[in-house]
Write a protein that binds this ligand. Structure first.
Ligand SMILES: Nc1ncnc2c1ncn2[C@@H]1O[C@H](COP(=O)(O)OP(=O)(O)O)[C@@H](O)[C@H]1O
Ligand SMILES: [Mg+2]
Length: 297
């Protein structure tokens, strides 16, 4: 298959300079963001979005500026978790799209912020509502545009909430080659561990650094008495970590307060940082920070 780079000319369409200028725009946006970290699992429903949002809250608590890219174009949920409803209109000016302002000042950009604003010029809606088809077939283009058009400004961290599917890293790796690394999230169930193992293998073959493995819903914590108990029967996730040669950087309990809906978009971590689960979140974030610090030396 030929790519635009193989073209001798552009047939008058100016496509080459358009692509080059978009790449430059993407680069200048990304250069202002110090650390980019992908949170992934290969599997849905293991808590990627919840963990991403609460890690962001923990980083803000430590004085960092944070943005989240919701790369799950088909099931975006970051806006919901951070209290950015469909009513928050996107602001578009000469510097691009201004990201949504979530709780704690966390900047967010998510596909559903675009698709729920039919008045904005960023829509890809074709006649007859072809958006869903477009999104699934043109995901990489959509992500590039989301990243390149969003005026993130200066940030310490951009957390990328990845969609399920281990092949999705290709897009992100292509767009953000300087990615600090990926955090793999699993729950104790054998199926989840099996899928995460594949995702780790895929990242290894692509040379994506793996910051570590996180076991979510590792135990159950009673919100009343803070007693911890086992939630799932299953193999120990530390065995998977050993087998794949990646560090187990966090064990986050199941805590009913994580999923409790708050209208304000308040995050579990902010309200419960001294709980067992809050401390587990902080410990995992500390391990990520240590990884990044070591890498930069
Ligand atoms: N540690 C946890 N304790 C309690 N509920 C959790 C925890 N992690 C995730 N959940 C809940 O599990 C469900 C799936 O989480 P979500 O973050 O949407 O997963 P994913 O992004 O991987 O699909 C949500 O209802 C969320 O509130
Ligand atoms: Mg999600």
């Amino acid at each position: 298959m030929k790519t635009y780079e193989d073209l001798a000319g552009d047939g008058g369409s100016n496509i080459i300079s358009q692509v080059v200028s978009q790449r430059e725009k993407l680069r200048s946006r990304l250069d202002k963001i110090k650390n980019k970290v992908a949170l992934m699992s290969g599997k849905g429903g293991v808590g990627k979005s919840s963990i991403t949002a609460n890690f962001a809250a923990c980083l803000v608590d430590q004085g960092y500026t944070v943005g989240i890219l919701d790369a799950d174009l088909n099931g975006p949920s970051i806006g919901h978790l951070l209290g950015v409803g469909n009513d928050q209109k996107l602001q578009i000016d000469e510097d691009g799209i201004q990201p949504g302002q979530g709780t704690l000042g966390i900047k967010i950009m998510s596909m559903d912020m675009l698709v729920s604003n039919p008045d904005t010029p960023v829509m890809w809606t074709e006649e007859g509502g072809a958006t869903a088809v477009w999104v699934s077939t043109m995901e990489s283009t959509a992500l590039r545009e989301l990243l390149a058009d969003t005026n993130w400004g200066e940030l310490d961290f951009l957390l990328i909430d990845m969609p399920p599917g281990s092949d999705r890293m290709d897009n992100i790796r292509d767009l953000i080659p300087e990615l600090a690394g990926a955090v793999e999230i699993t729950i104790p169930s054998p199926l989840s561990q099996h899928i995460v193992a594949k995702s780790i293998t895929k990242n290894n073959t692509m040379g994506v650094p793996i910051i570590g493995l996180i076991e979510n819903m590792a135990t159950y914590v009673c919100p009343h008495c803070d007693q911890e108990g086992k939630l799932f029967e299953g193999q120990d996730v530390s065995e998977l970590a050993d087998r794949k040669g990646v560090p187990l950087i966090g064990k986050i309990p199941f805590d009913t307060r994580v999923s409790r809906k708050t209208d304000s978009g308040n995050l579990f971590y902010t309200e419960n940082k001294d709980s067992i689960t809050g401390k587990a979140i902080a410990e995992a974030v500390e391990n990520i920070l240590n990884f990044i610090e070591k890498k930069s030396k």
